[in-house]
Write a protein of this length. Structure first.
Length: 442
């Protein structure tokens, strides 16, 4: 917390209960922001201190906690709310005059952008603190990107000049996502979503629904290369996060053989990533190279054909053999006790091993046809709920942010507040409320 030392005219807690302000107190007490505060105070030096750095910083955090979508909204709240001014550390003797003017916040935020590395370090410290409080934190991760639309103009008509004027967003570009599926009647459907703005790429703990890593890019950037880069950065800077991880889940937007290979071979993480059907011409199955009567579909479900009758049966999954990097499948007749006329002449009588190298997109250490894969994949929705909280509780549905640097700062501050709130609730024995920014403590 950016601690404040000042003389108080009287204590607001003696007048009435803090109520919702207790949420802000919880966040401020658990933000490891001392290094950031010292750096920003060092830049100010010995100049005028009408609006102390720590007080302004605390009020910026208050704006995020209470969902103010603009500095103007936060300014009005500070003018009317003496309790909030006290908690942020503003001089009570000055009354409303202690509230910073709008231009003060503009200068403060520009200075804060220059210390983005300190904000990133604060985020990492919070992740480490949460992992210390929650021993299983990071065991199961999920990754996804979130579209953040900017409502600024792309450029003025008739000009190609890229000059910043505060009204346009010349850093953003257009992103497109296409959703496809099949209706109950067998017909295909397709929905295309486009937006002008950015992407927030998030890796979250899928059990506790808390962020672990993030980055902000233009909207047009492809998710898969960014995922690879985020994993490399984690391995280089915070290897313990990946060391403790068993599964990483993602939707089919991350369907990529090289990503699957890297997760398992480089990090020891089992990918639980949905797959697209890229087979052409209505192809239903393909033959395995190791046996002429065993085939698989595009999801990796294995089938064998009886050499005598030609009857097709789904094979029983027998588990993953880590030392061989193979998936084991058993003969359905042997495993289920069925009768098979061609059992004696079947080349895979008993079982067959499928190496992951057969197709790294389709075959993964956790077999797609297993119940455990389906259970692990359900956890992927955790990242969607984190994205939902960013929209609803942190104001990303309606914002006035222009420029990539400002967007990254705003995203990182929101994620820091999310983690600080969770950490505070854990430390105050309110673990069941760790994901709530709205519910008051107590």
């Amino acid at each position: 917390m950016a601690s404040i030392a000042q003389k108080k005219l009287f204590g607001w807690k003696e007048v009435e209960n803090l109520g919702d302000l207790d949420r802000l107190r919880l966040v401020l007490e658990n933000l490891p922001d001392e290094e950031l505060m010292q750096a920003m105070e060092g830049v100010r030096g010995k100049g005028r201190d009408d609006y102390p750095v720590r007080s302004v910083w605390n009020s910026v955090i208050a704006g995020i906690v209470f969902g103010h979508d603009s500095i103007a909204s936060l300014h009005r709240e500070l003018l009317r709310n003496g309790q909030l001014r006290e908690l942020c550390g503003f001089d009570l003797f000055r009354g409303e005059d202690a509230v910073p003017r709008h231009y003060v916040y503009s200068r403060f935020l520009r200075s804060l952008i220059k210390h983005q590395d300190k904000v990133d370090a604060m985020f990492e410290k919070l992740v480490d603190s949460v992992s210390e409080e929650l021993p299983e934190f990071g065991t199961s991760l999920a990754i996804d990107s979130k579209a953040i639309q900017t409502h600024a103009k792309k450029k003025w008509k008739g000009t190609t000049k890229k000059k910043r004027d505060g009204r346009r967003d010349i850093d953003a570009d257009t992103g497109v996502k296409t959703y496809k599926g099949t209706k109950d009647d067998g017909s295909l459907w397709e929905k295309v979503k486009s937006w002008f703005g950015y992407k927030l790429h998030l890796i979250v703990d899928s059990d506790y629904e808390l962020p672990v890593a993030y980055t902000v890019t233009k909207a047009s950037r492809n998710d898969i290369p960014i995922a690879r880069r985020m994993l490399r950065d984690l391995k280089r800077n915070r290897a313990h996060i990946l060391r403790d991880c068993e599964y990483l889940s993602a939707d089919r937007g991350y369907d990529d053989g090289e990503l699957n290979r890297s997760l398992w071979d480089d990090y020891g993480i089992k990918p639980v990533i949905d797959i697209k059907n890229v087979w052409k011409d209505g192809e239903k199955t393909r033959m395995i190279s190791r046996a002429d009567n065993v085939v698989h579909d595009f999801r990796g479900t294995m089938y064998c054909y009886c050499p005598h009758s030609g009857e097709c049966r789904e094979m029983a999954y027998g588990g993953f053999e880590k030392d061989r990097n193979t998936l084991k499948y058993r003969c359905p007749a042997t495993h289920y006790g069925l009768s098979c006329k061609g059992e004696a002449e079947c080349p895979v009588r008993g079982s067959i091993r499928i190496p992951l190298s057969e197709d790294r997109r389709i075959f993964t250490p956790l077999a797609r046809s297993s119940y455990k894969w389906k259970t692990a994949y359900k956890k992927r929705t955790a990242v969607e709920r984190v994205n939902g909280r960013l929209d609803v509780s942190f104001g990303f549905e309606h914002h006035f942010i222009r420029g990539k640097k400002k967007m990254k700062l705003r995203c990182s501050l929101a994620l820091c507040v999310m983690l600080a709130m969770a950490l505070g609730r854990i430390r105050e024995n309110q673990k069941e409320k760790m994901r709530s920014l709205v519910t008051a403590t107590g």
